[in-house]
Design a protein around this ligand. Structure first.
Ligand code: HEC
Ligand code: HEC
Length: 222
């Protein structure tokens, strides 16, 4: 019976902490909700025509922006700067007029679809690719070019894959981001992963994937 008052006191303290915590997270998520709401509106005014409702994308028109692997590996910086600058030589125009806050709101909206833990910072810190572009070229031409184009020119070559040989993509994507995308792919799109038991067309090892990245980097100047 002596332990009861202590128990009650501890309980009251816990309750206080829980209440404080709840009101704090409620105000944080209220600000978050406002950004998501604004982002949704901007998305529906500017992006939905190509990237479709809920950002699911449309093969050959625009990639998915709510794909779970994309959201878990792409940094906010990558997404915001892609929105700001667009991708030259593709139909992805610059949306600089939305400003940083507009782009941030759209990214908050896209992130509301997140299903996997965000690994973007870690992926972005991965070491640069080190490999042989001559081998990379062989792999690329045999496996990737049917969808991404012989020189990585993307949709304009008639395939389903984006312009991964152009500087609009390469100047913003880290080697870690490209590496993870090749390894794990993007579910519910034609981009299957190229490593491990779920690999589609080919099961590439780390070295081979790095050869491809080094080759892609050499295309950027074309
Ligand atoms: C006219 C069609 C069109 C519109 C409108 C459009 N996009 Fe795109 N977007 C594209 C295409 C095409 C690509 C892929 C370009 C390539 O081949 O690299 C793309 C790529 C992207 C990417 C890179 C995705 C990835 O997988 O790396 C982001 C982010 C993006 N768009 C965001 C937006 C946002 C946000 C809007 C609205 C403000 C928008 N886009 C409007 C066509 C469009
Ligand atoms: C069967 C078609 C197909 C093949 C083969 C393919 N890809 Fe893709 N790839 C895609 C599509 C489609 C996307 C974009 C996903 C979407 O539409 O949402 C993509 C996206 C990517 C991206 C992300 C680009 C961006 O805009 O963010 C990279 C990097 C990539 N692929 C690399 C490769 C490499 C390297 C190979 C060869 C080892 C390869 N892909 C083979 C279809 C393919």
């Amino acid at each position: 019976m002596q332990a009861l008052p202590i128990f009650q006191r501890t309980n009251r303290l816990t309750l206080l902490i829980v209440l404080l915590g709840a009101s704090f997270s409620a105000s944080v998520s209220a600000a978050g909700d406002a950004a998501v709401k604004m982002g949704k509106q901007l998305y529906e005014e500017n992006c939905i025509f190509c990237h479709q409702e809920n950002g699911v994308g449309q093969v050959g028109i625009a990639p998915s922006l709510t794909n779970k692997e994309l959201l878990s590996t792409a940094t906010d910086k990558f997404l915001i700067e892609t929105i700001r600058d667009g991708r030259m030589g593709t139909s992805m125009a610059s949306f600089n007029m939305l400003g940083t806050s507009g782009a941030q709101a759209i990214v908050a909206y896209l992130r509301s679809f997140e299903k996997l833990p965000n690994r973007a910072a870690e992926v972005n810190m991965e070491p640069d690719a080190f490999g042989d572009p001559r081998f990379g070229k062989q792999w690329y031409e045999q496996i990737c070019s049917t969808c991404h184009g012989m020189a990585g020119e993307g949709y304009e070559a008639g395939g389903s894959g984006t312009a991964i040989g152009k500087s609009g993509f390469l100047s913003k994507a880290s080697d870690g981001f490209i590496r993870e995308t090749i390894k794990i792919g993007r579910s519910n799109t034609p981009m299957h992963g190229f490593q491990g038991p779920t690999a589609g067309l080919a099961d590439l090892n780390d070295r081979e994937i790095d050869d491809i990245i080094v080759y892609l980097r050499s295309l950027q100047t074309h």
